[in-house]
Design a protein around this ligand. Sequence first.
Ligand SMILES: [Zn+2]
Ligand SMILES: [Zn+2]
Length: 243
Amino acid sequence: MLKGQILLRDHMLNKFLNILFPETCPVCKNSAKDHKTAPICSDCWQAVSPYEGPMCRKCGRPLISDVSTICGECLEHEPAFSYARSFGLYDGVLKKAISLMKFYGIKRLSRPLSDVMLHLKIPEADVVIPVPLHEKRLRKREFNQSALIAKYLAAGQGITVMLNCLVKIRDTTPQVGLSSQERRKNIKGAFAINNRSLISGKDIVLVDDVVTTGATVRECSKVLKKAGARDIYVITLAHGMME
Ligand SMILES: [Zn+2]
Ligand SMILES: [Zn+2]
């Protein structure tokens, strides 16, 4: 198809979608005409940018200065993953987009969010595994936002996504508001592996939407490593700060 035809097709598609779903951008309140990132308009989406400041080379946690290259947490408790990286900071438009997807069920935002994530160097791996939700929470939310992102990410890399192998066997209270130590305790023993033979010897990309202290991805990695995983790389959309 010629470029002009593609533009015309996209234009027609947007026009059609605008009739079906007239939308206002939740950030600037103008109408969002570009449906790639809707309901967030393409102007506001420009603010979704990668974090490029100093970070812990192991867990990716943003550091105040680049004097040290590893954080205290990683020095004290070496994680089971090889390294973890987040696309951006859990702030501004990125935070808004993640919460619209997660708490307001705007699933289609998982597409542009996965697209920005591909700006990260995704390590070569055998499988992509999302951090699972407990089935009780999954029933309530009806979808796992990390699984949505993982699917697009895996498709972009041409590797398979494994959905039901790493499972959450205990419904934990949300980590928000808990201290670092409480988070670790809260999540301990919450995950299990269904089929060890699917994990054994594999290089894994573990995907989550937001990482704060890293307690969840650390626990998942520990369980995967115990089941015989070779290298584990954690890729998340955003790094949040403790409140
Ligand atoms: Zn806007
Ligand atoms: Zn660290």
